[in-house]
Design a protein around this ligand. Structure first.
Ligand code: KPL
Length: 303
Protein backbone atom coordinates (compact mmCIF):
# COMPACT_ATOMS: atom_id res chain seq x y z
CA UNK A 1 0.00 0.00 0.00
CA UNK A 2 1.27 3.49 -0.79
CA UNK A 3 1.13 5.60 2.35
CA UNK A 4 1.71 9.34 2.69
CA UNK A 5 2.32 10.76 6.15
CA UNK A 6 1.41 14.44 6.19
CA UNK A 7 3.31 16.09 9.04
CA UNK A 8 6.58 14.32 9.78
CA UNK A 9 7.08 15.51 13.34
CA UNK A 10 7.94 12.95 16.00
CA UNK A 11 4.72 10.93 15.71
CA UNK A 12 4.38 11.19 11.92
CA UNK A 13 8.00 10.09 11.47
CA UNK A 14 7.53 7.21 13.92
CA UNK A 15 4.39 5.86 12.22
CA UNK A 16 5.96 6.41 8.79
CA UNK A 17 9.16 4.64 9.88
CA UNK A 18 7.31 1.64 11.32
CA UNK A 19 5.11 1.32 8.24
CA UNK A 20 8.15 1.56 5.93
CA UNK A 21 9.94 -1.16 7.91
CA UNK A 22 6.88 -3.39 7.48
CA UNK A 23 7.22 -3.14 3.71
CA UNK A 24 4.70 -0.40 2.87
CA UNK A 25 5.70 2.23 0.30
CA UNK A 26 5.84 5.29 2.55
CA UNK A 27 6.43 8.96 1.86
CA UNK A 28 6.86 11.58 4.57
CA UNK A 29 5.60 15.07 3.68
CA UNK A 30 6.69 18.03 5.78
CA UNK A 31 7.45 21.72 5.37
CA UNK A 32 10.65 21.43 7.46
CA UNK A 33 13.27 21.10 4.71
CA UNK A 34 16.22 20.44 7.07
CA UNK A 35 14.39 17.35 8.45
CA UNK A 36 13.38 16.18 4.97
CA UNK A 37 16.94 16.64 3.63
CA UNK A 38 18.45 14.77 6.59
CA UNK A 39 16.05 11.81 6.08
CA UNK A 40 16.79 11.63 2.36
CA UNK A 41 20.55 11.87 2.91
CA UNK A 42 21.03 9.58 5.92
CA UNK A 43 17.71 7.81 6.55
CA UNK A 44 15.39 8.36 9.52
CA UNK A 45 17.23 7.59 12.75
CA UNK A 46 14.91 5.97 15.31
CA UNK A 47 16.03 5.56 18.90
CA UNK A 48 14.19 2.88 20.88
CA UNK A 49 15.18 1.59 24.29
CA UNK A 50 18.73 2.95 24.05
CA UNK A 51 19.47 1.62 20.54
CA UNK A 52 19.33 3.64 17.35
CA UNK A 53 18.47 2.16 13.95
CA UNK A 54 18.27 3.64 10.49
CA UNK A 55 15.05 3.46 8.48
CA UNK A 56 15.26 4.20 4.77
CA UNK A 57 12.21 6.21 3.80
CA UNK A 58 11.43 8.87 1.23
CA UNK A 59 10.67 12.39 2.41
CA UNK A 60 9.65 15.53 0.56
CA UNK A 61 8.37 19.07 1.02
CA UNK A 62 6.45 18.84 -2.28
CA UNK A 63 3.15 16.89 -2.47
CA UNK A 64 3.45 16.60 -6.28
CA UNK A 65 6.58 14.45 -5.85
CA UNK A 66 4.47 11.80 -4.08
CA UNK A 67 1.71 11.51 -6.68
CA UNK A 68 -1.38 9.79 -5.27
CA UNK A 69 -1.49 7.63 -2.14
CA UNK A 70 -3.84 4.85 -0.96
CA UNK A 71 -3.64 5.88 2.70
CA UNK A 72 -2.91 9.41 3.87
CA UNK A 73 -2.21 9.84 7.58
CA UNK A 74 -2.50 13.40 8.89
CA UNK A 75 -0.14 14.02 11.79
CA UNK A 76 0.24 17.81 11.80
CA UNK A 77 -0.76 19.92 14.82
CA UNK A 78 -4.50 20.65 14.74
CA UNK A 79 -3.72 24.32 13.97
CA UNK A 80 -2.35 23.11 10.61
CA UNK A 81 -5.10 20.61 9.68
CA UNK A 82 -6.78 22.81 7.09
CA UNK A 83 -3.52 23.75 5.36
CA UNK A 84 -2.32 20.12 5.49
CA UNK A 85 -5.63 18.78 4.11
CA UNK A 86 -5.48 21.27 1.30
CA UNK A 87 -1.89 20.25 0.52
CA UNK A 88 -2.91 16.58 0.73
CA UNK A 89 -5.87 17.05 -1.64
CA UNK A 90 -3.47 16.42 -4.55
CA UNK A 91 -2.58 13.00 -3.09
CA UNK A 92 -6.15 11.72 -3.19
CA UNK A 93 -7.32 9.23 -5.82
CA UNK A 94 -10.82 7.73 -6.10
CA UNK A 95 -10.17 5.07 -3.39
CA UNK A 96 -7.80 6.94 -1.08
CA UNK A 97 -8.43 6.85 2.66
CA UNK A 98 -7.43 9.58 5.11
CA UNK A 99 -6.70 8.83 8.77
CA UNK A 100 -6.25 11.39 11.56
CA UNK A 101 -4.69 10.44 14.89
CA UNK A 102 -4.23 14.07 15.95
CA UNK A 103 -5.05 15.62 19.31
CA UNK A 104 -8.12 17.80 19.64
CA UNK A 105 -11.61 17.91 18.19
CA UNK A 106 -12.56 19.09 14.72
CA UNK A 107 -9.74 17.57 12.64
CA UNK A 108 -11.85 14.86 10.99
CA UNK A 109 -14.56 17.39 10.10
CA UNK A 110 -12.00 19.65 8.44
CA UNK A 111 -10.52 16.68 6.52
CA UNK A 112 -14.04 15.68 5.41
CA UNK A 113 -14.29 19.04 3.62
CA UNK A 114 -11.61 17.74 1.23
CA UNK A 115 -12.62 14.07 0.80
CA UNK A 116 -15.87 12.08 0.97
CA UNK A 117 -16.58 11.60 4.70
CA UNK A 118 -17.02 7.84 4.12
CA UNK A 119 -13.28 7.67 3.45
CA UNK A 120 -12.21 9.56 6.59
CA UNK A 121 -10.97 7.59 9.58
CA UNK A 122 -10.18 9.02 13.00
CA UNK A 123 -8.74 7.67 16.18
CA UNK A 124 -6.25 7.96 18.97
CA UNK A 125 -2.91 6.41 19.75
CA UNK A 126 -1.02 5.96 22.96
CA UNK A 127 2.29 5.69 21.09
CA UNK A 128 4.73 8.38 22.10
CA UNK A 129 7.70 9.93 20.31
CA UNK A 130 10.08 12.86 20.68
CA UNK A 131 11.84 14.77 17.94
CA UNK A 132 15.58 14.80 18.66
CA UNK A 133 16.66 16.92 15.70
CA UNK A 134 16.53 16.90 11.90
CA UNK A 135 16.13 13.29 10.72
CA UNK A 136 16.16 11.88 14.24
CA UNK A 137 13.43 10.75 16.65
CA UNK A 138 13.09 8.80 19.89
CA UNK A 139 10.31 6.20 20.08
CA UNK A 140 9.20 6.89 23.65
CA UNK A 141 6.45 4.36 24.27
CA UNK A 142 3.85 1.96 22.95
CA UNK A 143 0.15 1.65 23.75
CA UNK A 144 -3.14 0.95 22.06
CA UNK A 145 -4.19 2.62 18.83
CA UNK A 146 -7.94 2.81 18.26
CA UNK A 147 -9.50 3.79 14.94
CA UNK A 148 -12.91 3.91 13.30
CA UNK A 149 -14.82 5.44 10.42
CA UNK A 150 -15.74 9.07 11.12
CA UNK A 151 -19.07 8.60 9.33
CA UNK A 152 -19.77 5.39 11.26
CA UNK A 153 -20.32 3.59 7.93
CA UNK A 154 -18.17 0.94 6.14
CA UNK A 155 -16.50 -0.62 9.21
CA UNK A 156 -14.66 -3.11 6.92
CA UNK A 157 -12.56 -0.19 5.66
CA UNK A 158 -11.37 0.51 9.21
CA UNK A 159 -10.48 -3.18 9.59
CA UNK A 160 -8.32 -2.96 6.44
CA UNK A 161 -6.42 0.05 7.79
CA UNK A 162 -6.06 -1.60 11.21
CA UNK A 163 -4.45 -4.61 9.47
CA UNK A 164 -1.91 -2.35 7.77
CA UNK A 165 -1.01 -0.73 11.12
CA UNK A 166 -0.92 -4.09 12.90
CA UNK A 167 1.42 -5.35 10.19
CA UNK A 168 3.82 -2.62 11.30
CA UNK A 169 3.60 -3.83 14.89
CA UNK A 170 1.15 -1.05 15.86
CA UNK A 171 -1.56 -2.98 17.76
CA UNK A 172 -4.78 -1.42 16.50
CA UNK A 173 -8.36 -1.90 17.56
CA UNK A 174 -11.35 -0.77 15.51
CA UNK A 175 -14.53 0.66 17.01
CA UNK A 176 -17.92 1.61 15.59
CA UNK A 177 -18.26 4.76 17.70
CA UNK A 178 -14.93 6.50 17.16
CA UNK A 179 -16.35 9.89 18.18
CA UNK A 180 -16.54 8.69 21.79
CA UNK A 181 -12.92 7.56 21.58
CA UNK A 182 -11.76 10.92 20.22
CA UNK A 183 -13.81 12.66 22.93
CA UNK A 184 -12.19 10.41 25.54
CA UNK A 185 -8.75 11.60 24.46
CA UNK A 186 -10.02 15.19 24.31
CA UNK A 187 -11.07 14.98 27.98
CA UNK A 188 -7.50 13.96 28.90
CA UNK A 189 -6.04 16.89 26.99
CA UNK A 190 -8.65 19.27 28.47
CA UNK A 191 -7.64 18.23 31.98
CA UNK A 192 -3.85 18.23 31.55
CA UNK A 193 -2.51 20.29 28.66
CA UNK A 194 -3.41 23.94 29.33
CA UNK A 195 -2.78 23.69 33.09
CA UNK A 196 0.70 22.22 32.59
CA UNK A 197 1.44 24.68 29.77
CA UNK A 198 0.50 27.70 31.90
CA UNK A 199 2.37 26.63 35.01
CA UNK A 200 5.49 25.00 33.55
CA UNK A 201 4.88 21.75 35.45
CA UNK A 202 5.19 18.16 34.26
CA UNK A 203 2.03 16.05 33.87
CA UNK A 204 2.49 14.24 37.20
CA UNK A 205 2.94 17.49 39.13
CA UNK A 206 -0.68 18.31 38.35
CA UNK A 207 -1.54 15.91 41.17
CA UNK A 208 0.74 17.48 43.80
CA UNK A 209 -1.74 20.12 44.99
CA UNK A 210 -5.48 19.82 45.55
CA UNK A 211 -5.90 23.28 44.03
CA UNK A 212 -4.37 22.14 40.70
CA UNK A 213 -6.40 18.94 40.76
CA UNK A 214 -9.53 21.01 41.33
CA UNK A 215 -8.93 23.18 38.24
CA UNK A 216 -8.40 20.02 36.17
CA UNK A 217 -11.48 18.36 37.66
CA UNK A 218 -13.70 21.35 36.84
CA UNK A 219 -12.35 21.68 33.31
CA UNK A 220 -13.05 17.99 32.68
CA UNK A 221 -16.52 18.13 34.28
CA UNK A 222 -17.46 21.04 32.01
CA UNK A 223 -16.23 19.05 29.00
CA UNK A 224 -18.21 15.99 30.11
CA UNK A 225 -21.39 18.12 30.27
CA UNK A 226 -20.76 19.36 26.72
CA UNK A 227 -20.06 15.81 25.47
CA UNK A 228 -23.24 14.46 27.05
CA UNK A 229 -25.32 17.31 25.60
CA UNK A 230 -24.00 16.24 22.19
CA UNK A 231 -25.10 12.65 22.84
CA UNK A 232 -21.50 11.41 23.16
CA UNK A 233 -21.02 8.59 25.62
CA UNK A 234 -18.07 9.19 27.95
CA UNK A 235 -16.76 7.11 30.82
CA UNK A 236 -18.30 7.73 34.26
CA UNK A 237 -14.88 8.08 35.90
CA UNK A 238 -13.60 10.66 33.39
CA UNK A 239 -11.87 12.84 36.02
CA UNK A 240 -10.18 9.88 37.75
CA UNK A 241 -9.07 8.62 34.34
CA UNK A 242 -7.44 11.99 33.56
CA UNK A 243 -5.58 11.79 36.89
CA UNK A 244 -4.49 8.22 36.07
CA UNK A 245 -3.05 9.41 32.75
CA UNK A 246 -1.28 12.30 34.52
CA UNK A 247 0.25 9.68 36.86
CA UNK A 248 1.16 7.33 33.99
CA UNK A 249 2.84 10.18 32.05
CA UNK A 250 4.18 11.86 35.21
CA UNK A 251 7.61 12.77 33.82
CA UNK A 252 6.26 14.10 30.48
CA UNK A 253 5.80 17.71 29.65
CA UNK A 254 2.46 17.84 27.82
CA UNK A 255 2.50 18.63 24.11
CA UNK A 256 0.97 22.05 24.85
CA UNK A 257 3.61 22.61 27.51
CA UNK A 258 6.30 21.89 24.92
CA UNK A 259 4.61 24.23 22.44
CA UNK A 260 4.56 27.08 24.98
CA UNK A 261 8.19 26.35 25.96
CA UNK A 262 9.21 26.77 22.32
CA UNK A 263 6.99 29.79 21.61
CA UNK A 264 4.77 27.83 19.21
CA UNK A 265 1.05 28.39 18.66
CA UNK A 266 -0.70 25.68 20.69
CA UNK A 267 -3.69 23.41 20.01
CA UNK A 268 -5.80 25.32 22.58
CA UNK A 269 -8.54 26.12 20.04
CA UNK A 270 -9.09 22.39 19.29
CA UNK A 271 -8.94 21.40 22.98
CA UNK A 272 -10.31 23.72 25.71
CA UNK A 273 -11.46 26.19 23.02
CA UNK A 274 -13.82 23.57 21.55
CA UNK A 275 -15.45 23.09 24.95
CA UNK A 276 -16.03 26.86 25.27
CA UNK A 277 -17.42 27.13 21.72
CA UNK A 278 -19.67 24.07 21.97
CA UNK A 279 -20.72 25.05 25.51
CA UNK A 280 -21.86 28.46 24.22
CA UNK A 281 -23.79 26.80 21.40
CA UNK A 282 -25.51 24.38 23.79
CA UNK A 283 -26.13 26.87 26.63
CA UNK A 284 -23.62 25.24 29.01
CA UNK A 285 -21.37 27.44 31.16
CA UNK A 286 -17.67 26.61 30.81
CA UNK A 287 -15.88 29.21 33.00
CA UNK A 288 -12.79 27.10 33.73
CA UNK A 289 -12.22 26.20 30.08
CA UNK A 290 -12.86 29.83 29.15
CA UNK A 291 -10.19 31.00 31.61
CA UNK A 292 -7.66 28.38 30.50
CA UNK A 293 -8.28 29.24 26.84
CA UNK A 294 -8.03 32.99 27.47
CA UNK A 295 -4.76 32.62 29.40
CA UNK A 296 -3.12 30.44 26.74
CA UNK A 297 -4.26 32.88 24.04
CA UNK A 298 -2.72 35.71 26.11
CA UNK A 299 0.57 33.81 26.37
CA UNK A 300 0.60 33.18 22.63
CA UNK A 301 -0.12 36.81 21.83
CA UNK A 302 2.93 37.87 23.85
CA UNK A 303 5.53 35.37 22.67
O1 KPL B 1 -1.69 13.64 24.88
C1 KPL B 1 -1.01 14.19 25.72
C2 KPL B 1 -0.38 15.47 25.32
O2 KPL B 1 0.55 15.93 25.97
O3 KPL B 1 -0.85 16.04 24.31
C3 KPL B 1 -0.88 13.62 27.12
C4 KPL B 1 -1.68 12.33 27.20
C5 KPL B 1 -1.38 14.62 28.10
C6 KPL B 1 0.53 13.20 27.42
O4 KPL B 1 1.41 14.23 27.64
Amino acid sequence: MKVAIVGAGAMGSLFGGLLAESGQAVWLLDVWSEHVDAINAKGLMVEWQGETRRVDIKATTTPAEIGSADLIVIFVKSTQTRAASSAAAGLIHSDSLVLTLQNGMGNADVIAEFIDSDRVLAGTTAYGATLLGPGSIRHAGKGPTIIGMWSGRNPDVALRVADVLAGAGIATETVEDVRSVVWGKLLINVGINAITALTGIKNGELLDLTSTQEISRRAVEEAVSVAKAQGISVRDDAVEHVFEIARATAVNRSSMGQDVDHGRITEIEAINGVIVKEGARLGIDTPVNQTLTGLIETLQAHY
